[in-house]
Design a protein around this ligand. Structure first.
Ligand code: PLP
Length: 414
């Protein structure tokens, strides 16, 4: 691989995805390497928000539930998102938060396992994103039927943690801290051998890496739209229930949006057929509508092309950091093996928080995660090879000059 800035400029000139950057509004002078946490704003989002607020809400008022398609939006967006994760139409809804959807998926899976009272264990990783563990703990405690959350300390321990008592294997496909990517098909097959169902969290996968939920025979999935899918801060998340499980799927947040006939105003709940039963109540329409602006950009390319560029970007970043920042106590925690790597790269540094603050002050925006981890997200829709080169150059100068404040105060969000 070539390493000079000139080489990077040439790679950008030859990059067929480079024109997609024009679809995003990124401030001048900023190298944005945090699209894994909050995706950049599609330019179209401002006009779309104005349309929803001024026209659909402002002029058409309540008629917009029908005339502007507000009521169908969770399903319509779900169908547009489905191909990015290997789902079929009618299997995904965009709704609620990832945490809430996880609760629904997990509750539905546990209910399907309830015929066998021995199956009480929810197996997940200690290094999972905390909300996934918290939601599992909350559900297990609230059920009060002896359910437990079994935490494993490394992917290698997963096989031994599965057994006759396992109800669900709950995993995040790409680890938010390390960028490690699980083999979804192999782990799902293993869980099924033990009679367990799988729930996959695609927060760092959807729009970042190719996902084939049906190919992997996965059982349930949830994911986030405000990260790689560029839906906007707090944009509604998604939940996938495959056609083969929909009839058996029930979830306890049985609000009226999941009812078979919501406007019959019946006094008792009856779930609708299909993915609609994963819905609960009225959605934040303005935020929901903007998810489409992010999905529109994905419609102009495909996950294979995005994956090829993502791997090229992360390979380049790893190689440049190891070449230019050698001797500065940086340690790569992200797998080098392509098959095990998502679309972000993490290095530890003893003063990771302070170094990240110095980077942000110089316009290189990544983020920090305990313990000592500097995390850099690479979004092939809008990150260029030259930006990778420049980001490493700035990192090198900060480290060479020790130009960071080890007493930097922590913000509420790191
Ligand atoms: C970002 C992320 C979430 C976020 O959940 P919210 O309910 O949107 O706050 C959940 N799980 C994982 C694995 C994540 O990376």
């Amino acid at each position: 691989m070539n390493f000079s800035r000139t080489d990077c400029l040439a790679r950008d000139a030859a990059d067929s995805l480079a024109p997609l950057r024009e679809a995003f509004d990124l401030p001048a002078g900023v190298i944005y390497l945090d699209g894994n946490s909050l995706g950049a704003r599609p330019k179209a989002a401002a006009a779309r928000a104005a349309q929803v607020i001024a026209d659909e809400w402002g002029k058409d008022l309540i008629t917009s539930w029908n005339t502007a398609g507000w009521f169908d939006l969770p399903k319509r967006l779900g169908d547009r998102l489905a191909p990015l994760v290997g789902a079929q139409p009618g299997e995904v809804v965009v709704t609620d938060t990832t945490s809430v959807n996880l609760f629904k998926a997990l509750a539905g899976a546990l209910a399907m396992q309830s015929a066998d009272p021995r199956r009480t264990a929810i197996v997940t990783e200690r290094s999972n994103f905390p909300t996934d563990i918290y939601m599992a703990e909350g559900l297990a405690g609230w059920l009060a039927r002896g359910h437990t959350v079994r935490l494993v300390d490394s992917p290698a321990e997963i096989p031994a943690a599965l057994g006759d008592d396992t109800a669900v294997l709950l995993l995040t496909h790409v680890n938010y801290r390390t960028g490690h990517m699980h083999d979804m098909a192999a782990l799902t097959a293993l869980a099924h051998e033990h009679g367990a169902l799988t729930v996959w969290d695609l927060a760092h996968s959807a729009g970042a890496v190719p996902v084939d939920l049906h190919g992997a025979q996965a059982d349930f999935a949830v994911g986030c739209t405000y990260k790689y899918l560029n839906g906007g801060p707090g944009a509604p998340a998604f939940i996938w229930v495959p056609g083969r499980h929909q009839a058996a799927f029930t979830q306890p947040l049985s609000g009226w949006w999941g009812h078979a006939t919501p406007f019959a105003m019946a006094a008792s709940f009856a779930p609708c057929a299909g993915i609609g039963r994963a819905l609960c109540g009225t959605q934040p329409v303005v935020s929901l509508a903007l998810v489409e602006c992010g999905l529109d950009v994905f419609a102009r390319t495909d996950m294979a092309a995005l994956r090829a560029k993502s791997l090229a970007l992360t390979d380049l970043f790893i190689a440049l950091v190891e070449r230019h920042c050698a001797g500065h106590s940086l340690e790569l925690v992200t797998p080098r093996e392509h098959a095990r790597r998502g679309s972000h790269v993490s290095f530890t540094h003893p003063h990771g928080y302070a170094v990240m603050q110095a980077l942000i002050a110089r316009g290189v925006i990544g983020d920090y995660r305990e313990p000592h981890i500097m995390r850099f997200g690479f979004t092939p829709l809008y990150t260029s090879f030259t930006e990778v080169w420049d980001a490493v150059d700035i990192l090198k100068r900060i480290l060479d000059d020790a130009a960071y404040d080890v007493n930097a105060a922590r913000g509420a969000v790191t």
